[in-house]
Design a protein. Structure first.
Length: 57
C-alpha cells in the first residue's frame, strides 16, 4: 500500500528510488503500481520525475 497524501507519497517514492530501485519503471513493475497515477499525484504538488537523478524533484 502506498501513501495517499501527495507529500507522504513523495517521501515514500523517493526513498524507494534511492535505496532499492534504479528507475521509476522498475519500482512500478515490482510494486505493481501504475506509473501514471504516481506521476499525476506528484505533479499536483509540482514534482516531476527526473530520470537522470532517479527521483522526483
Amino acid at each position: 500500500m502506498i501513501p495517499k497524501d501527495p507529500v507522504m507519497l513523495l517521501s515514500f517514492i523517493n526513498l524507494k528510488l534511492r535505496d532499492f530501485y534504479g528507475s521509476l519503471e522498475m519500482l512500478c513493475d515490482d510494486m505493481d503500481i501504475e506509473r501514471a497515477k504516481i506521476e499525476d499525484k506528484l505533479s499536483s504538488i509540482n514534482y516531476h520525475y527526473d530520470e537522470e537523478k532517479n527521483q522526483f524533484v
